[in-house]
Ligand binder design. Structure first.
Ligand code: PMP
Length: 381
């Protein structure tokens, strides 16, 4: 046998790291059903409850009627249509960028940018806690990667070389929920003559005026970074992603990004749904306020219980546990109490930093947060 899968899987199981896929019977958002049981869901990324908004669902249905189920081709063939072009223009208006390009997933968007852009003559500087899609794309590119300590601008400054490449960070970090110091990153990129890429998968829609994201929340404009990446699968409630920047950047990626050129474009109906999702998110101040209230309620209750939370003011609230086994046991105890929370273990997070990644949404109710807190009190007693 050329591949010894069983012993690799057995070793992973022995290390307590084997993943099991969970198949939902039904539900989405605040409540899910698994194997006939209902659970309050604190694991999703639908931070504003967009995934169930009637106008977004209706736009998807109307798009299906008008455009059919799929795009039928890659974008440079015949897969690029009016709904995609409208969505790109809408992103430009919303975020104040010159141009945008659509991808089927954020993972593909990150691969596309880093692999198309970085050559062996370049350098890349990545925050140590960047998402796997950034780290893997960077590793697959020929440019040497320098990883700086999480949000440590002094460390980054020491590693930087002038005019050599790309600094890459997230806006809101996916497993920790904290924000990057964006004005310092912009200043360092400007002073060193390097480009800056921000992956705002978890800030877009949630933070800033009209949900414009982490840059807006920190008083910056999107065109202060050369590359902005965002996803539609989180606060926008759909799926897919975009890369935004100059017209030249987008032209370059449309020519050289293999994940763009050689992949079936996302369905036009999905683009219509995403357009409706952006329109909904832009005016969703009420949902953003509700989410903030839930975050405050949770953090206050968790502090009273003496729980070890991360330094996060966003929807992502890590409960730091340490060892993988302990995180799994805690997640199991919460499930026994009707609360669904996912244990996050290495290699997704560094060794010894297993955690429960709790996510709060606007769709939760204050009594859901109270139930979460009382389940946590019992499960950690
Ligand atoms: N970037 C970050 C920071 C993410 O957290 C994720 C997904 N969890 C992605 C990119 C990938 O996006 P997608 O799920 O659309 O592939």
């Amino acid at each position: 046998m050329p591949f010894d899968l069983s012993s690799v899987l057995a070793a992973r199981e022995a290390a307590g790291l084997k993943r099991q896929r969970i198949c939902l019977d039904s539900g989405q958002g605040r409540e899910i059903w698994v194997e006939g049981q209902a659970y309050l869901n604190f694991s999703g990324n639908d931070y504003l409850g967009a995934a169930s908004q009637p106008e977004i669902l209706q736009a998807w249905r109307a798009g299906l009627e008008r455009w059919g189920a799929g795009s039928g081709a890659s974008p440079l063939v015949t897969g690029y249509s009016q709904p995609h072009a409208r969505l790109e223009a809408q992103l430009c208006d919303w975020l104040g960028v010159e141009a945008a390009l659509l991808f089927s997933t954020g993972f593909a968007a990150n691969q596309a940018v880093l692999k198309a852009l970085l050559g062996k003559e370049h350098l890349q500087w990545q925050d140590r806690l960047n998402h796997a899609s950034l780290q893997e794309a960077g590793a697959a590119s020929p440019a040497p990667m320098k990883r700086f300590a999480h949000n440590d601008m002094a460390h980054l400054a020491r590693l930087l070389a002038p005019k050599r490449g790309l600094i890459i960070s997230e806006g809101v970090f996916s497993m920790d929920g904290d924000q990057a110091p964006l004005s310092e990153l912009v200043a360092l990129s400007q002073a060193s003559g390097n480009w800056l890429m921000i992956d705002d998968a978890h800030g877009l829609g949630v933070l800033g005026a009209a949900g414009r994201g982490t840059l807006a929340a920190q008083g910056m404009r999107a065109n202060q970074v050369q590359i902005l990446m965002g996803t539609f699968g989180k606060a926008l409630g759909c799926a897919g992603a975009f890369v935004a920047g100059s017209r030249e950047l987008v032209d370059y990626l449309a020519n050289f990004a293999r994940e763009y050129v050689y992949s079936t474009h996302l369905p036009p109906a999905q683009a219509e749904a995403i357009s409706a999702a952006i329109a909904w998110v832009q005016q969703a101040d009420g949902a953003r306020e509700q989410l903030q209230a839930h975050i405050a309620l949770f953090r206050q209750g968790a502090a009273q219980l003496g729980l070890r939370l991360g330094d996060s003011q966003t929807a992502i609230q890590p409960l730091l546990v340490g060892e993988s086994e302990a995180a799994l046991i805690l997640a199991q105890r919460l499930r026994q109490r009707g609360v669904w929370v996912t244990a996050i273990r290495p290699p997704t997070v560094p060794a010894g930093q297993a955690r429960l990644r709790l996510t709060l949404t606007a769709a939760h109710r204050p009594e859901d947060i109270a139930r979460l807190l009382s389940a946590l009190a019992e499960a950690t007693a």
